[in-house]
Design a protein around this ligand. Structure first.
Ligand SMILES: [Zn+2]
Length: 230
């Protein structure tokens, strides 16, 4: 049997650098990202108005984002997949989610999107991990949507207590003081911005970032997350 060059190169890559399903860890065919069994188990959010899932106020303050969208509930296979994406370098999950989110946004957001950005990670964590999962997801999504991606608008100050270890009002206050507008950030006057994150929990993080984007002049800010934690 004659094996064509692309097939041969895939075979070699699969031997030395096998791709693993982010849901269960089994080896998958190159380019397919997730195994069939895990795909069947992913729990997508229902097609309902965004207010069904996202808060319209946080700690008594109206939120600054104008619409929210997420693909999956943060549990089961989707929860495991996001953890593999964050901590085990299952990077192909970024494009897998971007492809699905690009389709979902057609349904969830009727306004024009002018620019895509992401919730920034602090430089210490980024250096340690070697990549920023929100940035990867956002850049792949921007590519799919054919819209400019700009990661240079906001910054993240290092905090000794991670945001996911806080709760309630402390989380809101911490988020407000954690994120900042970068000195070299360009103005966003009248533009609609889509900000991406990996997991939407209380909304404090996205809300703090949306508030800053509006200070830069954004007309509307939409939030897109891979998972929604209930
Ligand atoms: Zn799997």
């Amino acid at each position: 049997m004659e094996i064509s060059r692309p097939q041969l190169s895939d075979l070699v890559l699969n031997i030395f650098f096998p791709e693993h399903c982010p849901g269960c860890g089994s080896v998958v065919d190159r380019g397919s990202c997730m195994c069939g069994e895990c795909e069947k188990e992913l729990e997508y959010l229902e097609d309902l108005p965004w207010q069904t899932f996202f808060p319209d106020n946080i700690s008594g303050r109206p939120v600054s984002f104008d619409c929210g969208s997420a693909l999956f509930y943060y549990r089961g296979t989707a929860g495991a997949a996001v953890k593999s994406f964050k901590f085990k370098r299952c990077l192909s999950f970024a494009d897998y989610c971007a492809e699905r989110m690009a389709l979902k946004l057609e349904n969830d957001i009727s306004d024009r999107i002018d620019l895509v950005t992401s919730v920034p990670m602090n430089m210490i964590n980024r250096r340690h991990r070697g990549y920023d999962q929100a940035e990867l997801f956002a850049s792949k999504l921007a590519e799919r949507l054919g819209i400019e991606y700009d990661p240079s608008l906001l910054g993240h100050r290092f905090r000794y207590i991670a945001q996911h270890r806080r709760s309630g009002e402390s989380r809101t206050k911490a988020a407000d003081s954690t994120y900042f507008i970068r000195k070299d950030a360009k103005r966003l006057d009248g533009r609609n911005i889509l900000i991406c994150d990996d997991i939407f929990t209380t909304g404090s993080t996205v809300d703090a970032c949306a508030r800053l984007l509006k200070q830069l002049g954004a007309a509307k800010v939409f939030a897109a997350a891979i998972c929604l934690r209930e």
